[in-house]
Design a binder for this molecule. Structure first.
Ligand code: GAL
Length: 678
């Protein structure tokens, strides 16, 4: 039985820590009552509960968890049951120091905090296997169990001897010989050739940081070792509950909402059944408009959806404020519904919160929660949550439906690592993930659905693939691009593309010849500007500013679209297009502002007929996202502004919240939400 697939409701609820409240039976009772009142149905249990589950080595206590799981089941709810490896009991650290992490300066952590364990330690793996097996055996057939939540936000790295040896093994497996490794790492540079595997250490400020091949391999190893640890964690779970889906919660990088930097989720996502992630935008901040931020939220959610090309889960979000932003502002009236519906609009099948109830002590006692210290169901946050629950119930036909995109933006973790490592260019303006967000923005403004894909994805599913700044590019990827365009695909590439191969060694003899052929250009040189300097380009008698990176392009077969207006390369090509096979390869040689990107993509959008037909008059403050298939589509119309907004659609559609037909003119109040169906 797979209860997850049978569950027709959106998952609404969140992280619940009854283990913090075992001395307060009235609170535990109250929780169940409030869960029903809040229109919530799903709770993640046990995430950091190891010291309650195993208070002393080998002494286990599951009674409290039995009781809570039974109560949640009896009230009609689901449990997402966690393995507790994200934090460990103090007895374990005291007895087995090796479970703690060693940093890059070879300093061993002392007990405290969380997420600070060694992924390789045999003792930690042994202890994790025992507790996971106990949990799996006991709860595999519990009727409330919906899904497994393995650990919590895996991250970080360890430099202990176990990890160093594992890294060396990983390298031996990869390179087989020191000659090959020394070539890939460009050994003779600064006399860094290696004559024995034992000489290899992870990158460290006390030792090696300048060998880019080493840095790249270390990051790859850290991802692989984390996945290996995860695979170790799920062995018992798979054994006892082969049909219950497994996930682990992923993250983004804080305010910017750019993809998480230190683990390659393209790889990790292959090993989870469902992608889930924790989404914490800083709504109402003082440095960007609500629509600016909403577009970034759209980008990152589209990325998590695209990782497995299926609906994903929001495992954590906040119903009000967090406690770890510089300023922790609460959501204004209307924002909780709007921001929750945006997550659903981009393909989430849940909105789960951190946290159900505010803890009473320690660092998260002022982090937003459904239930505040006042224990009230009457306050604004509780009512906001109730409303989201009621709306999710109304729109449950949307659950499980897909999102279809004809446009893809390609993000590559390895490229990001290598580009950040590259000494040269301009350190502060590389901004690879932010550049992708800028390209995405044009499509978000025009309500054109975008997938944010990885290098492994099939390109033929898309009419347009946008792959900016692929500084590190393998021959396999180049071949993939060539085939894609030959068959009729449109490809957009930019400055800082195609400079190094997958070992981070520079391509010799100029740009790889296949890229020259594909784009029909020669890359002459790339000029780097200081942040305040600008040049210009001109296209169709319109001028635009360019900045940061300015490649000078010599067209061979390509047609010039835009030329520079200034500097020693005035009049030379900046943007080109090449008809290649049945498709087109565009090269945007200069970094521009939004206005150019908007105009540049207009002609492509027109040629490929990408704009949604049902929108007659759009509005850049209103995001329209569509879920569903040709049989039935659901339209999320979301006003990300503090003013009233209007749009126009082609015909009347059913408002799922009121069951009345609306349109073609649609007015939305500030932060207004409308969800329509064909
Ligand atoms: C997440 C974490 C949660 C909680 C939350 C606070 O990163 O997984 O346990 O700390 O942040 O926003």
């Amino acid at each position: 039985m797979n209860r997850y697939n049978l569950e027709k409701r959106f998952l609404h609820g969140g992280d619940y820590n009854p283990d913090q409240w075992l001395q307060y039976p009235d609170i535990l009772k109250e929780d169940i009552e409030l869960m029903k009142l809040a229109n919530t149905n799903t709770f993640s249990l046990g995430i950091f509960a190891w010291s309650t589950l195993e208070p002393e080595e080998g002494i286990f206590n599951f009674q409290w968890l039995d009781n809570i799981m039974d109560s949640i089941y009896q009230m009609g709810g689901n449990v997402i049951l966690a393995t507790p490896s994200g934090a460990r009991p103090s007895w374990m650290a005291e007895k087995y120091e090796e479970v703690l992490r060693t940093n890059e300066k070879n300093e061993k952590s002392i007990f405290g905090g969380r997420h600070n364990h060694c992924f390789t330690s045999p003792k930690y793996r042994e202890k994790v296997a025992i507790i996971n097996e106990k949990l799996a055996e006991r709860y595999a057939n519990h009727p409330a169990l919906l899904m497994w939540h393995v650990s919590n936000e895996y991250s970080g790295e360890c430099h202990c001897d176990y990890c160093k040896n594992a890294f060396r093994e990983w390298l031996i497996n990869k390179y087989q010989s020191l000659e090959k490794l020394n070539h890939a790492w460009w050994g003779p540079f600064w006399s860094h050739s290696i004559t024995s595997w034992k000489q290899i250490n992870p990158p460290s400020p006390l030792g090696e940081t300048a060998v880019h091949g080493l840095n790249l391999d270390w990051r790859r190893f850290v991802t692989d070792q984390t996945i290996d640890f995860y695979k170790h964690e799920i062995k018992a779970i798979r054994k006892y509950s082969p049909n219950v889906p497994i996930t682990t919660n992923f993250m983004s990088d804080t305010y910017d909402l750019i993809p998480f930097q230190s683990l390659n989720y393209a790889e990790f996502s292959k090993h989870v059944d469902i992608v889930s992630w924790d989404c914490y935008p800083a709504w109402h901040n003082d440095w960007e408009s609500t629509a600016d931020l909403a577009s970034k939220v759209g980008f990152i959610n589209d990325q998590f959806r695209s990782l497995k090309q299926q609906p994903f889960l929001i495992m954590e979000s906040t119903p009000s404020a967090v406690n770890w932003h510089d300023v922790n502002k609460s959501k204004r009236p209307g924002m909780h519904l709007l921001s929750s519906m945006q997550l659903i609009a981009h393909g989430s099948d849940s909105n789960l919160y951190f946290q159900w109830r505010k803890s009473r002590g320690s660092s998260e006692k002022f982090h937003g929660a459904v239930v505040d210290h006042d224990r009230s169901s009457e306050n604004r946050v509780f009512k906001d949550v109730q409303l989201v629950g009621a709306v999710l119930e109304k729109i449950k036909a949307v659950k499980g439906t897909d999102k279809k995109s004809r446009v893809a933006i390609l993000y590559d973790w390895e490229n990001n690592w290598a580009l950040n490592d590259a000494q040269g260019f301009s350190q502060k303006t590389k901004r690879y993930p932010q550049t992708l967000q800028e390209h995405y923005r044009v499509f978000w403004d025009l309500d054109i659905s975008v997938d944010v894909i990885t290098i492994d994805e099939k390109l033929d599913n898309y009419d347009l693939v946008i792959a900016p700044m692929l500084y590190l590019i393998s021959e396999t990827t180049i071949n993939k691009f060539v085939k894609y365009v030959k068959r009729g695909g449109y490809l957009v590439s930019t400055y800082l593309t195609g400079l190094v191969d997958e070992t981070d060694l520079a391509y010799l003899g100029g740009w790889p010849s296949q890229l020259v052929e594909l784009f029909g250009i020669e890359l002459q040189e790339t000029d780097i500007y200081y942040p305040k300097q600008i040049n210009g380009i001109e296209e169709n008698n319109r001028s635009y500013q360019t900045k940061d990176y300015l490649s000078i392009v010599n067209p061979l077969n390509a047609k010039t679209l835009a030329k520079y207006t200034d500097d020693f390369y005035r009049g030379k090509s900046a943007v080109t297009v090449n008809n290649f096979g049945k498709g087109k390869a565009y090269f945007v040689g200069a970094r521009t502002n939004y206005d150019y990107l908007f105009d540049f993509y207009q002609s492509i959008i027109g040629e490929l007929d990408l704009a949604p037909k049902f929108i007659k008059v759009g509005n850049k403050n209103v995001s329209i996202q569509t879920r569903g298939d040709s049989k039935q589509r659901h339209y999320f119309i979301l006003n990300f502004s503090e003013q009233k907004q209007a749009i126009k659609i082609d015909e009347k559609k059913k408002n799922l919240l009121t069951d009345k037909f609306v349109g073609p003119e649609i007015d939305l109040p500030p932060y207004g939400v409308m969800i329509l169906s064909d």
